[in-house]
Write a protein that binds this ligand. Structure first.
Ligand code: MG
Ligand code: MG
Length: 256
């Protein structure tokens, strides 16, 4: 069965474990964010993440994921690189770059998955706006993560937030259920139609992850077979949280 069809509702004990996984993941991301300075290499950022993961006795589900096996614990994607950039000891951050960091944490058999994009030093007004719109799209989606809504309500809210502001949202890369595996059902695209899709119920845990591009929704994959870039070279950003549906307010799992 493909991962999109494996939908696992979590019980309260499982949600408590996922909340702890999320707290650790947020600690990792905060440590990486502190190190975003000119001259730091993307491999340095991965090493910083691994040090924090190790201090909690945790590992990232990214390591050795997929084919070819992903060779690091975080992805680091700069400027036109949207997602899945491979940490590299020769790749240095520069003033004005925007850097997307995505990390997962496996804790007690459960996965948390979260990402942010931030600037190195001063960034352009275009980049600042892109970051605001992408983070805003994530929260527009989170707001719809309520019992009785459908996944299409979440997708449509993300798409509308981005397109109303004149930017583009990816068609191919989606949010996803998360639990014992990094990718479970349901798949939650960043575009969609309200009122369609899976009915949301308490205990569903979903990683929402809008990926936004300035010039086009089209992307391509670099010859390293991982790094996804905007087709036109324009700036991109990515924010992600793992969120649980409850009887009431949406519960963010990947915060401190
Ligand atoms: Mg992620
Ligand atoms: Mg994800």
């Amino acid at each position: 069965m493909s991962w999109e069809r494996q939908i696992n509702v979590k019980n309260p004990a499982e949600l408590r474990i996922m909340r702890e996984a999320g707290r650790i993941n947020a600690t990792v991301l905060a440590a990486v964010k502190e190190r975003l300075q000119p001259g730091v290499t993307t491999a340095d950022l991965n090493a910083a993440a691994e040090e924090v993961l190790k201090s909690f006795g945790c590992v990232s589900p990214f390591m050795n994921y997929g084919r070819p096996p992903f060779p690091a614990s975080i992805t680091v994607s700069i400027n036109d690189e949207m997602v899945h950039g491979i940490p590299n000891p020769r790749r240095k951050l520069k003033e004005g770059d925007i850097v997307s960091i995505d990390c997962g944490t496996i804790y007690d058999g459960f996965v948390a998955d979260s990402a942010f994009t931030a600037g190195v030093g001063e960034i352009s007004p275009q980049a600042t706006n892109l970051l605001e719109v992408t983070n805003g799209a994530l929260y527009a989606g989170i707001e719809k993560m309520r019992k009785g809504n459908r996944t299409g309500d979440v997708s449509a809210a993300i798409q509308k937030h981005v397109e109303d502001r004149g930017l583009h949202v990816t068609r191919e890369y989606t949010g996803h259920g998360v639990g014992r595996k990094m990718h479970e059902g349901p798949q939650v695209p960043n575009i969609g139609t309200a009122g369609t899709g899976l009915l949301l119920r308490p205990g569903l845990t979903i990683a929402l992850e809008p990926m936004v591009l300035v010039g086009t929704h089209e992307t391509r994959v670099l010859p390293d077979k991982w790094t996804v870039v905007s087709a036109d070279g324009s700036l991109t950003a990515h924010f992600e949280h793992t969120v649980a549906v409850t009887e009431g307010e949406p519960l963010l799992l990947t915060v401190l």
